[in-house]
Ligand binder design. Sequence first.
Ligand SMILES: *[C@@H]1O[C@H](CO)[C@@H](O)[C@H](O)[C@H]1NC(C)=O
Length: 358
Amino acid sequence: MRSVTSVFFGGGTPSLASPSTVAAVLEAVAGAARLPPAAEVTLEANPSSTSASHLAGFRAAGVNRISIGVQSLDDAELRMLGREHTAAEARKAVEAARGLFPGRTSIDLLFGLPGQSRDAWAQRLEATLGLCDDHISLYQLTLERGTALAAQVRSGALPAPPQDLLADMYQTARSVLVASGFRHYEVSNFARKGALSTHNLSYWHGDQYIGVGPGAHGRFVPRAEGGHSREARVQTLEPVAWMREVQSQGHGTRSRAVLSPLEQLEELLSLGLRTDEGITHERWGHFCPQLSLQAVFGQPGEARALQQEGWLVLDSGGLRCTWAGLAVLDSLLPDLLLQLRRVLGAARHPLSGGPAEE
Ligand SMILES: *[C@@H]1O[C@H](CO)[C@@H](O)[C@H](O)[C@H]1NC(C)=O
C-alpha cells in the first residue's frame, strides 16, 4: 500500500473545525493509504480560533504541526488588514501552539502594508523573533480586488508601497532571519533547526499530491483508475455545490487534464527554482530522462545569459537561483521557459509518453 508523507489542513479556517472532524479525515486517509506516525500533519489556524484546549484536541486527533496566520504583531496594522484578531491574541495563540507543538509551530507574516516604513518593518521582525518558533512564512501583501484596503489604496486614501521599498523590506527580512539562524529555503519561507515544511516542499519538488475540498488542486498519476500520466485535477470551488457533488457522485472533482511532458517540465521549473536547492539533476531526470539539465540550459541562450548576470547557477548540484535571483524569480522565468520550449521543440526525438512516477 502506498504511503502518505504529509497531510495539510489549509485554506479558509480549518481551526474552526472540531477536532473530531479532523480525526475523522485522518482516519479516512489512514484507511485509504498508509499514514506513518512520522507523517507531517499540519493544520492552519487563525489566532482568533486558537485556544489552548482546542489545539490540544487537534493534537490528540493526530495533528503534529501548526501554522498560525499571525500576519502582524501590530494592532493598527491588523485593523487595516481587516483581521479579527489583536496582536495580544496572536501572541497568546503562538505561545499556546509552541507549548503543544514545540519546534513545529509556523507563523505567517505580511510585509509591504500601505504606509509601513522600513523601520516599522524592522521593528516587527525583532518582535517576531522574540515570539516565533522555527518556521516563518513571509508574504508581501497583495491588494485583492474588491477588498476595502484595495479600494482605499486605489482612491489614494492610503499610499501604495513603492517597489524599491518592498525589495528593501524583503532583503531586510532575509538578513535579520539568516542572522538568527534561519535558512531561507524557499522564496517566502524560512526555517531553522531543519524545521522545513515537508508538505510544501513536495509541491516545489514536483511530487504527487491529492487535493480534497472546495477549490482544491491535485497533481498525480491516477494508477487506481488505470492512468499512467500525471494529471492536474481541480475540485469544484463553491462549497455547497462541492458537498452536493460529493454526496451524489462520490467526489467533487470538477476538471481533470493530462499534463503534457512540456507542461510538467514547465511546472517543475517554475516551482523548483523557488527553493534554495533548486532543481537537482536527479529530479530533472525523473521528469525528463531524454535531455539533461545541461543539454537544455547549459547551451548558449537565455539561461547562460542569466548565469553570467549572476541570477542563476548550473553546476553539479543542478539548476538554482542565486539569492539575488530568488528575489526576482518571477522576472527570470519567462526567459527560462522560452529556452525550455525552444530546446524541447528542436529535440530530434520529441518527448513521448509521460515520465515514470514511482
Ligand atoms: C503550504 O501548502 C498549503 C496547502 O496547499 C497552503 O495552504 C499553504 O499556503 C502553503 N504554505 C506555504 C508556505 O507555501
